[in-house]
Unconditional design. Structure first.
Length: 269
């Protein structure tokens, strides 16, 4: 299935010039009002020449601004200013989940699951909020009797990476793709023949250059100017899909049931 306009724009973002990135940022923040403006209006609001906007549209896969705008307008959902606070939050979460589902290819999830099942040990690298997602994934897979560790400290990442080999799989989490500490550790792991899986927002970054297999998620900047939303929602959704597919394996499902039963007995003893 072809990616929509915002998906394509996000994946190509790192290939844009500085001025083209400003245009992309403006469009993602104001996507619900783009249908009301022409190329001259956009030129004035972004302080970019009309030729730069045309070049930007071509990089996004369109012949001109009109084609770009028409395609974008067909994808726009309910304007946020027509929603109340609670409906707006629900709408944002639904938008993130639907965008993630559109960007993820099922066969790539299946390949990640296969690599996890064949690995001697699985590591998940992430800092900050991504570190919390790494820990959540670790606890899930531990219950399936999979040898896994979540590494959320940069020094520990380097040490673990230096001891890996071709039997190990590392899952790196980085929304930006520019987390230096994670990239450095992944580079060491790759030099030791470990398999590298990435989950990130942008293609064409130092992070994606290291990975053997990369899953892309929507970035929050495409959701517009919002005061707060969970930056890990898309990553958690991808980890949910991996977890659900792993549980199609009867041995892994049985192990999870045994651990949950043990915890239940402990809570009621």
């Amino acid at each position: 299935m072809a990616l929509n306009v915002l998906d394509e724009l996000q994946l190509r973002y790192q290939q844009l010039s500085a001025k083209e990135k400003e245009i992309a940022d403006y469009i993602m923040r104001n996507k619900n009002s783009i249908h009301n403006i022409n190329i001259r209006d956009l030129s004035e609001r972004t302080q970019a020449s009309m030729s730069t906007i045309t070049r930007f549209c071509r990089k996004a896969g369109f012949s001109n601004f009109i084609d770009f705008k028409l395609s974008l307008n067909r994808e726009i959902d309910i304007p946020r200013d027509e929603l109340n606070f609670f409906a707006q939050t629900r709408h944002l979460y639904n938008e993130i989940i639907m965008a993630t589902a559109d960007m993820i290819k099922p066969q790539m999830i299946e390949e990640v699951v296969q690599q996890i099942q064949q690995a001697r040990r699985v590591y998940v690298f992430g800092l900050g909020s991504s570190g919390l997602s790494a820990l959540e994934f670790k606890y899930r897979l531990m219950r399936m009797n999979i040898l896994i560790d979540a590494v959320t400290d940069s020094h520990m990442m380097m040490m673990n990476a230096s001891l890996m080999d071709e039997q190990d799989v590392v899952i790196g989490l980085s929304n930006s793709g520019h987390t230096t500490e994670v990239n450095s550790a992944l580079r060491i792991a790759k030099s030791n023949q470990a398999k590298i899986v990435g989950i990130t927002n942008f293609d064409h970054t130092p992070f994606t250059e290291i990975t053997d297999l990369c899953l892309f998620t929507p970035g929050l900047q495409r959701m517009g100017d919002i005061p707060f939303i969970n930056s890990q929602l898309a990553i958690i959704y991808v980890l949910d899909m991996i977890s659900m597919l792993l549980l199609q394996n009867e041995e892994l499902l049985s192990a999870r049931q045994r651990t949950l039963h043990a915890l239940y007995k402990q809570d009621h003893s």
